[in-house]
Design a protein around this ligand. Structure first.
Ligand code: PLP
Length: 439
């Protein structure tokens, strides 16, 4: 986020007023912490967690604890949560099997001089599970994995250009972040070229214009831009990406950090029939314990082996133990089929309630990773109003970022969510002055 955006977000957060301008005593503790934070932390809360990215006055700024599908804020308010720690919670907050094994290892030792044997077990498990992948290296954040993937592609090909889709998020490093400072445009971002997702002609034109220079194409398995409806890939598009990469001698990277195991336990590339050379996974890999992974094919093993890959915390044992336990829990709790079933009930319910209230509300993306937008809402104002009304009713749905279903969500949670949605849509429908209200 730029300095100006940061300032705006701090100002929005400081007011703490609800959309209608009234005070919000419900978040008094959150607000008090935010005022203290603004003095010692740039922006108070930065990046995608900043108040400007939420709806101030309707959302808490600080959370104290979570259990299953519920989060509890610093004021003690409870919410059914559909952000799931930005996707990291796949078997639910505080899953006893995951936390039990992780905490036991924490007592025995987490960050050791050498890796724990669990690293081998996890690599074997992932290579056996994730389709077409032959090796795995573990890092911390998703950004570490995508940066490593593009670096290995560059090192292997001796070429510079990275091709990516417009609006796709691959992390916060200078080569891929939304920081638009000229100094980065002249250096790390200089050789990153963009095309509109699913646009075969634009992709072909990019390859033609950069012939002999493309090291890799990095794609999310489906398009999940911020602020916009999600888009599934067309078979023509993924086939073209593969064909163009092969012809150019470039590598195809599927950045599966966000979807991870929510679509298919063999990776989202399997779900969409894509054949990548490298896959990045993170977020839900260890149900919130910090670990991401870069997986690759045999052709890249030599380059990956000669690449200096390291980070002080990258081989800590606890997240690896947690990742193994998470995979076990995924299977035990019904896996991707169960996530899709819950997501279908939510999607169908929201769309039909929206229609009943006279809105063109649409849930886009895969069933387990839904996102609601209104076709008549070009500036997302309705969306903000809807998510604010849901938060007022104890349901945390993000207005600008896709949502996530976890295996801790229940039919009862979805029913309560739809009950709240009925009230929220009615509130929006009855607000005759919506147009006048827009800022
Ligand atoms: C597709 C994708 N790639 C990379 C990242 C970066 O991951 P991290 O925030 O862990 O660095 C994200 C995070 O949202 C993501 O969704």
């Amino acid at each position: 986020m730029s300095e100006m955006a940061d300032e705006k977000s701090t100002a929005a957060g400081m007011s703490g007023k609800r959309i209608d301008g009234s005070p919000s005593p419900r978040f008094a503790v959150s607000m008090a912490y935010f005022e203290r934070a603004a003095k010692v932390i740039p922006g108070g809360i930065y990046g995608s967690k900043s108040p400007g990215f939420l709806v101030p006055g309707h959302f808490p700024y600080y959370l104290s604890r979570a259990q299953g599908s519920r989060i509890y804020d610093a004021d003690g308010n409870e919410f059914i949560d559909y952000l799931c720690g930005y996707g990291s919670q796949i078997v639910g907050y505080g899953n006893p099997a995951v936390d039990g094994q992780a905490l036991e290892q924490a007592r025995r030792g987490d960050l050791l001089n050498q890796p724990h044997p669990a690293m081998v077990e996890l690599a074997e498990r992932l290579v056996g599970l994730v389709e077409d992948m032959d090796w795995a290296v573990f890092v911390k954040n998703g950004t570490d994995a995508t940066t490593l993937a593009t670096s290995i592609a560059r090192a292997d090909t001796g070429k510079q250009v990275i091709v990516a889709a417009e609006g796709a998020y691959h992390g916060a490093a200078n080569w891929c972040s939304t920081n638009v400072f000229p100094v980065f445009m002249q250096a790390e971002q200089r050789d990153v070229r963009f095309f509109p997702y699913n646009d075969v002609q634009a992709l072909e034109a990019l390859f033609a214009a950069n012939k002999g220079h493309v090291a890799c194409v990095i794609l999310t398995p489906y398009h999940h831009p911020t602020y916009r409806p999600q888009q599934l890939p067309t078979p023509e598009f993924t086939a073209a990406a593969e064909r163009l990469c092969r012809a150019e001698g470039a590598y195809l990277i599927v950045d599966d950090i966000r979807a991870n195991f929510r679509l298919d336990m063999r990776g989202s590339h399997r779900f969409f029939g894509i054949h990548p050379d490298m896959v990045t996974m993170g977020k839900a890999l260890a149900n919130g314990y910090p670990i991401s992974v870069l997986l690759g094919t045999d052709g890249l093993r030599k380059t990956a082996s000669s690449f200096f890959i390291t980070g002080t915390y990258w081989m800590s044992a606890v997240p690896m133990i947690a990742a193994l336990a998470t995979l076990g829990e995924m299977e035990r709790l019904g896996g991707t089929a169960r996530l899709a079933e819950l997501g279908r009930t939510l999607k169908e319910g929201l769309e039909s309630l929206g229609k009943e209230a006279g809105f063109r509300a649409r849930v886009s993306g895969p069933l387990a990773i839904p996102y609601l937008t209104f076709d008549e809402d070009s500036d997302l104002y309705l969306n903000q109003r809807f998510c604010a009304a849901m938060a007022d009713r104890g349901v945390f749905m993000h207005p600008h970022h896709n949502w996530f279903i976890s295996l801790a969500h229940t039919e009862e949670d979805i029913a309560r969510t739809l009950e709240a949605a009925q009230g929220a849509f009615r509130e929006l429908g009855s607000s005759s002055s919506l147009a006048a209200e827009r800022p």
